[in-house]
Design a binder for this molecule. Structure first.
Ligand SMILES: NC(=O)c1ccc[n+]([C@@H]2O[C@H](COP(=O)([O-])OP(=O)(O)OC[C@H]3O[C@@H](n4cnc5c(N)ncnc54)[C@H](OP(=O)(O)O)[C@@H]3O)[C@@H](O)[C@H]2O)c1
Length: 327
């Protein structure tokens, strides 16, 4: 099968489209013929290998797993002995977790991995995109922020993968959404449910004369120290980006003060939790409450270009690899 592989950390030029053996499912495993898979900012971080914490997962000296890619959609094309959850021909979407491997024509996963029936009426690229954004945004908003109807939320980095999902989910949860992005994304964000869009090029949201129950920084470009000014009493500041500072602030604000800082490592949740979320996201997408936002689709052969787009830090929604099987 064809797969995007890398043998060393570095620029997108380290990526190669290679022929590698097609994996066979063992007992309790399913093989998914991948139709689409996102290239996420995590894939870019793992490919670069500059982050020591990331190398703990991917290999200290060189990559341990040659194929990146986590969020995918496709069709179950073979099942191992004893599999009961899926049958050949099922359309599925979800995430491979720390096994990676989605940037390939096939991937083998345990049947209890974070995959679930794909939403009807959403194409393969859209389903993979929905999995990427929502599997982070949903646990942040529902479990960490405990967002309630009528609350005011500000989403920073609202036009990215996590942000675009967060705007839609927050709106669905009945919150009033203020989105922060560059001016070119204002119309998109209004169409996704933001009541107001702030252009970070001209306005610093931390200087606003308003208060929010939740500030969700989906791209980790702000800080609790500055953002707490615009938090209401009891308000929560959430960031997706892990740092020693946010870990300390999270512990500190659990004990002291009325405004809290939080981080969550949503990618490390149990597959069963993600399966439940994928079922909810399927319902919301089928009801039209969630739409995938895709900046560009790339054939597998152009994976390096997809990495280059993600690396800009300014993609709109998602970058998705589409495989020949999706045609
Ligand atoms: N904690 C977890 O478990 C977890 C899980 C998944 C992802 N993450 C992390 O979450 C982060 C966000 O991921 P993502 O995939 O959503 O990123 P992304 O799609 O690459 O974000 C791109 C977006 O960021 C916006 N942006 C760039 N600079 C900005 C700024 N200064 N202010 C406001 N918006 C800005 C851009 O908007 P404009 O083009 O309008 O500038 C663009 O739309 C990554 O660091 C990722 O590693 C964490």
């Amino acid at each position: 099968m064809k797969a995007v592989t890398y043998a060393a950390y570095g620029t997108p030029d380290v990526l190669a489209v290679s022929e590698i053996p097609t994996p066979e499912p063992g007992p309790g495993e399913v093989r998914v013929r991948v139709h689409a898979a996102t290239v996420s900012s995590a894939d870019v971080t793992f490919r670069r290998g500059k982050d020591l914490m990331a190398r703990m997962f991917t290999g200290l000296r060189k990559p341990k797993r040659p194929v990146l890619g986590t969020e995918l959609s496709g069709v179950v094309d073979a099942v191992g002995e004893g599999v009961t959850r899926f049958r050949v021909g099922d359309r599925v979407y979800g995430a491979t977790g720390d096994a990676f491997g989605a940037h390939a024509e096939y991937v083998v996963l345990p049947e209890d991995a974070a995959i679930a029936p794909a939403p009807e009426g959403v194409d393969a690229a859209g389903a993979a995109a929905l999995a990427e954004g929502t599997l982070t945004a949903l646990p942040f908003l529902r479990d960490v922020a405990e967002l309630a109807p009528g609350q005011r939320i500000l989403v920073n980095g609202a036009a990215g993968s996590v942000g675009a999902a967060a705007v839609q989910l927050a709106r669905h949860m009945g919150a009033e959404v203020t989105a922060v992005a560059s001016a070119r994304n204002a119309e998109l964000l209004r169409s996704l449910g933001a009541t107001r869009v702030i252009d970070y090029g001209t306005t610093d949201f931390t200087a606003l004369d308003e208060r929010f129950d939740v500030v969700f920084d989906a791209v980790g470009k702000s800080s609790f120290g500055r953002a707490k000014r615009v938090l209401a009493k009891g308000g929560k500041y959430l960031t997706t980006v892990l740092s020693p500072g946010i870990l300390m602030l999270s512990a500190w604000t659990r004990l002291f003060g009325r405004k809290r800082a939080r981080i969550s490592l949503t990618g490390l949740r149990k597959p069963a939790q993600k399966v439940a979320d994928l079922a909810l996201v399927k319902e919301l997408a089928e009801a039209g409450a969630l739409v995938p936002v895709i900046e560009r689709r790339f054939p597998l052969d152009e994976a390096a270009d997809a990495h280059r787009l993600v690396e800009t830090g300014h993609k709109r929604g998602h970058a998705v690899l589409t495989m020949a099987a999706a045609a």
